[in-house]
Design a binder for this molecule. Structure first.
Ligand code: NAP
Length: 501
């Protein structure tokens, strides 16, 4: 049962608190934790300290990373304006950089430092992860599985910890269809009937494979390819579509298993998109899934796409995820339970892919992308969509695979004079097929994320008009979004701006 909350209460909750946050750096993903850092500092001037755990070779480089990749991001603009010349001093006072890595038991901090901060931390937010679908198995396992374990073990050491919030993903559900509940994973649970997962054995398999690769003096390239393929093979063996979501699911399992009576909240967002409201509508970094579609269209390098326009794309603006995280922290503080939140939109306000496709087409029709020396408007042609993998494969075979096969034979007949061209086109073809294979579980997704827990959290939040007038809002209700307007007016211009920066 969640007690009644309001925005003032949420803001007050963070007063005097010290929070350890992992995963706030980097420009490849969506910068979710950078948004969280910004919001915490903006709404609660009197937060005690934000400890940002950052990977780097030394203290100087980690501080540098925070300056360029966290507080130096455009998303901090409003906060910078608020503090004016005092911004640097405020940051110096509130932000403490820790040079570390969650793949290590001591989080790469050393035992002395770990013990020292264990008496100071009130809240831990574990946002660090490897988000690449086709990551090396060892790398993904280290960050997403062992990382979650090490963070949980550290959390248990913290003498005044109020809660651990772990960021997972709604797609730990794999490719399941129908209504998908906010349910924890049991240890060893899989998505394939009859299969049983043993996380310890997976770790041993990784170690054994690495030992063999080293014993055979394999090149770095072979090692990388072998480990990437191993991750994918193991993921599929147990019913997950890729290494990322498989390892995120194992991370959740370990957390649930090891937490004891530690208060844990697992937030599972779907696909994170640009900021809807504050501090900077349209702000986004890193292009993934739907954004590569927008960019491909803007550049007119994508003439076809594998997507079922009637299926629901589950997207959620980054600021809503941050709001839900902050409200959940305040709501579940010191509660000796584990709660899971789907921060998703497919149940309460479904957005079919057709809405995005239409907004993209309209946006670029009204704002034609320009290219070339003189900035000529690009001629736009409508994209072609395939709603099933066989339809897509058939098209690819006729349009590209067959001509490629002819080119191969001609090349043989001409004693290899066209080898370079053939190799280049083959590589492009494989790349497209590879991309499609990875995105298909999302563009053809048939599941719908139930968000009953999140709805309860929303219901617990009283109307926060007063706080909105002070400039902050803790809304995370996707019902309030008009998807067409959001894509057209906020998200697509945000992606275009990111592309041009
Ligand atoms: N992006 C989405 O659409 C989405 C959707 C659902 C859930 N999520 C989840 O949300 C979280 C944040 O996602 P994001 O897209 O914002 O991520 P991101 O930008 O890719 O950032 C990942 C962060 O994790 C850090 N990290 C990775 N391995 C680490 C390690 N071993 N030790 C310490 N730090 C490590 C990275 O550090 P470096 O900068 O050093 O690499 C980076 O700061 C993740 O947990 C992800 O699974 C994301």
């Amino acid at each position: 049962m969640i007690g009644e909350l309001d925005a003032d209460g949420v803001v007050e909750y963070f007063r005097g608190k010290s929070i350890l946050i992992t995963g706030s750096t980097g420009f490849l993903g969506k910068g979710l934790c950078a948004m969280l850092v910004e919001k915490m500092l903006r709404v609660q001037h009197d937060v005690k300290k934000l400890f940002l755990l950052v990977r780097a070779n030394d203290v100087e480089s980690s501080k540098q990373r925070v300056q360029t990749e966290v507080t130096g991001r455009e998303v901090f603009q409003v906060l910078k304006e608020k503090h004016g010349n005092g911004f640097e001093d405020f940051m110096e006072e509130k932000v403490c950089t820790l040079t570390g890595d969650i793949m290590y038991e001591d989080l790469g901090l050393g035992n002395a430092k770990l013990t020292e901060i264990s008496t100071e931390i009130d809240i831990i937010v574990n946002g660090a992860a490897t988000t690449n679908f086709y990551e090396r198995y060892d790398v993904a396992f280290d960050a997403n599985v062992l990382g979650a374990k090490h963070i949980c073990e550290f959390a248990k050491m913290c003498t005044k910890l109020k809660m651990l919030l772990h960021v997972s993903t709604a797609y730990v559900a794999g490719e399941q269809e129908g209504i998908l509940l906010e349910k924890p994973f049991l240890m060893g649970e899989t998505l394939r009937e009859g299969a049983q997962l043993d996380i310890e054995s997976e770790l041993n398999l990784i170690k054994e494979t690495m030992r063999e690769l080293k014993a055979n003096c394999s090149s770095e390239r072979t090692e990388k390819r072998t480990m990437k393929e191993l991750g994918l093979k193991r993921a599929r063996e147990f019913g997950w579509p890729n290494t990322y979501v498989f390892t995120k699911a194992m991370g959740e399992m370990l957390l649930g298993h090891l937490r004891g009576d530690l208060p844990v909240v697992i937030v599972r967002p779907s696909i994170i998109t640009s900021i809807l409201k504050e501090p900077l509508p349209g702000w986004i970094e890193g292009i993934r899934t739907i954004d590569s579609f927008i960019i491909g269209y803007a550049k007119q390098v994508l003439s076809f796409f594998l997507v079922d326009l009637d299926s629901i794309m589950d997207v959620i603006p980054g600021d809503m995820v941050v709001n839900a995280m902050m409200v959940a922290m305040a709501a579940h503080s010191e509660e000796q339970a584990q709660t899971i939140y789907h921060v998703t939109s497919s149940l309460c306000n479904p957005a079919p892919y057709a809405v995005l496709a239409d907004s993209v087409h309209r946006y670029f029709l009204h704002n034609p992308p320009r290219s070339g020396k003189n900035g000529e408007p690009v001629r736009l042609s409508r994209m072609r969509f395939f709603r099933t993998v066989p339809m897509f494969r058939a098209y690819m075979s006729i349009k590209y695979k067959l001509p490629l096969e002819i080119l191969r034979l001609v090349n043989i007949a001409l004693c290899g004079v066209l080898s370079r061209r053939y190799k280049e086109l083959s590589r492009k073809y494989s790349y497209v097929m590879h991309l499609v294979e990875f995105y298909a579980p999302y563009t053809l997704f048939k599941g719908c994320f139930d968000d009953m827990n999140t709805e309860r959290l929303r219901m617990a939040m009283k109307n926060n008009e007063k706080d909105k007038s002070r400039g902050y809002d803790f809304g995370f209700d996707p019902m309030s979004i008009d998807w067409d307007d959001y894509f057209y007016r906020i998200h697509i211009p945000g992606v275009v701006k990111y592309l041009n920066d």
